[in-house]
Design a protein around this ligand. Structure first.
Ligand code: TXE
Length: 449
């Protein structure tokens, strides 16, 4: 039995049967038999169905937001934004689907053309931190391109994904096109990864499990897109608008209680303004409102589980510069915490903590800032704060990361590509780039001479 809890109260909110290998096989078989008919639907009509799905999600936005808040513990204001993004993602791919087509290529002796073909059955495996958002980032482009789906959410947070599956049916997407299986990753997830009828795995989760997905996929030469961990840098130069940078930094690391692959959990600050910046950062961090996620004014909720809280706590030993408030419990609470000054070699600066813990690291000049920011096995996101435009672009070009912001800490937009360098994974989600990951290019040469 899969027991689902509200991490803010520790109450059981659902008990679900655990899917087995046989269930995964049945889901793959359903997706396989639905594929020819779904592939045959014209792109414009697939777009119409995705548009309907977007509208149905909008109509159920408040319900989805509340479900996400109760299951993940995230503030309701965040969940409302995320439900809105799910609808926006389906709107975007509804509009994109009939504008993604092949080319004609001049060659001697004939006409050469390319087609964009769907892959077939794709397995989508998602984590517990942004369940419905990440599901939509994969579902939108995969469905638009004519693939059928087996979607496996994380065991801790399956509820919004199950609801999305029902809403897809309500929107008129035919049975068998979207299948949701809830079960353990090492059983059901692994089965999808190794199944010979699954053409691709779109995975978001830890780097360790991502490496296992790659190994498992090798046996069938399966395509994979991996969106994995991060240890991103928020680089603050002395010539930045310090007030603005310090006001923004806490949201970049304590948003979603730090359980965010894009968290800028290494705050790199130029030494000449380090003390002033710390003062501002401590004040801004102290202002974060931690508490009941269903209260619209709450800015930070609990962690996902007791086990995860233990893991996060193990990173907080020396160098605590500030510890905010958090409720006592029940609930898996952890206060926003600043570690400073930290060396980039410390464990807290090297490993993904995935909790509300920021390591503040001093640097002396631009060259050292770039070196420290890149001195990590990860390469997902990052921010650069400076009023010098040339420096901003110079540093942005030098950083080894897939998603960067200048004078901002936001990472994710429906229209723009999202994904990592180095051990943060490969392949891109969102924007038009995501369509590449759910199609094969077929080249056809037609001899005319
Ligand atoms: O992730 P997992 P978990 C990081 C973060 C966190 C840690 C563990 O540091 O503390 O990972 O989180 C499925 N074959 N991130 O345990 O295990 C699993 O069921 C196929 C970063 O949740 O990677 C779930 O659906 N699938 C990350 C999904 O993989 C398997 C987001 C992710 O689980 C599997 C989440 C297997 N063998 C965690 N084993 C980010 N960067 O956003 C598990 N799964």
């Amino acid at each position: 039995m899969n027991v689902v809890r509200n991490p803010a109260t520790e109450e059981t909110i659902a008990e679900l049967p655990e899917a087995t290998i046989e269930d995964a096989d049945r889901a793959v078989a359903a997706a396989k038999s639905a594929f020819p008919a779904w592939h045959a639907v014209s792109p414009a009509d697939r777009g119409r169905l995705l548009r309907r799905l977007a509208t149905v999600v909008e109509e159920h936005g408040e319900e989805l937001a509340l479900l996400e808040t109760r299951n993940v513990g995230k503030p309701i204001s965040d969940s409302r934004g995320e439900a809105g993004m799910v609808a926006d993602v389906f709107h975007f791919y509804a509009g994109a689907v009939d504008k993604h087509f092949g080319e004609t290529i001049p060659v001697p002796g004939g006409v050469d053309m390319t087609f964009r073909e769907p892959l077939g059955v794709v397995g989508l495996i998602t984590p517990w931190n942004f369940p419905m958002n990440i599901a939509s980032w994969k579902l939108g482009p995969a469905l638009a391109c004519g693939n059928t789906i087996v979607l496996k959410p994380a065991e801790l947070t399956p509820l919004s994904t199950l609801r999305l599956g029902e809403l897809a049916l309500e929107a008129g997407i035919p049975e068998g096109v979207v299948n949701v299986v809830v079960g353990p990753g090492r059983v059901v997830g692994q089965r999808l990864v190794e199944h010979s009828d699954v053409a691709k795995i779109g995975f978001t989760g830890s780097t360790e499990v991502g490496a296992g997905v790659m190994r498992g996929a090798a046996g069938t030469i399966k395509r994979v897109t991996l969106e994995l961990g991060g240890k991103s840098a928020n680089v603050v130069f002395a010539d930045a608008d310090l007030e603005k940078a310090a006001a923004s930094a806490p949201y970049a690391v304590f948003g979603n209680a730090g359980q965010d692959c894009c968290a800028r959990s290494r705050i790199l600050v130029e030494r000449s303004v380090f003390d002033r910046f710390m003062e501002l950062l401590v004040t801004a961090t102290g202002d974060i409102k931690v508490g009941n996620p269903e209260d619209p004014s709450t800015e930070m909720g609990p962690l996902i589980s007791a086990g995860h809280r233990e893991k996060v706590a193990a990173y907080v030993d020396g160098d605590v510069a500030f510890r905010g408030d958090a409720p006592d419990g029940p609930g898996f609470w952890f206060p926003p915490t600043l570690l400073a000054p930290v060396s980039n070699d410390d464990r807290a600066a090297r490993e993904e903590i995935f909790g509300p813990v920021a390591a503040v690291i001093p640097f002396v000049d631009e060259e050292e800032a770039i070196r420290l920011a890149n001195d990590t096995p990860y390469g997902l996101s990052g921010s650069i704060w400076t009023e010098n435009g040339a420096r901003a672009l110079r540093v942005a070009r030098a950083l080894e990361a897939g998603v960067l912001s200048i004078n901002s800490n936001t990472s994710v937009r429906v229209q723009t590509p999202f994904g990592g360098f180095k051990q943060s994974g490969f392949g891109r989600e969102l924007g038009l780039h995501a369509l590449e990951g759910y199609t094969e290019v077929k080249n056809v040469y037609f001899a005319t001479e």
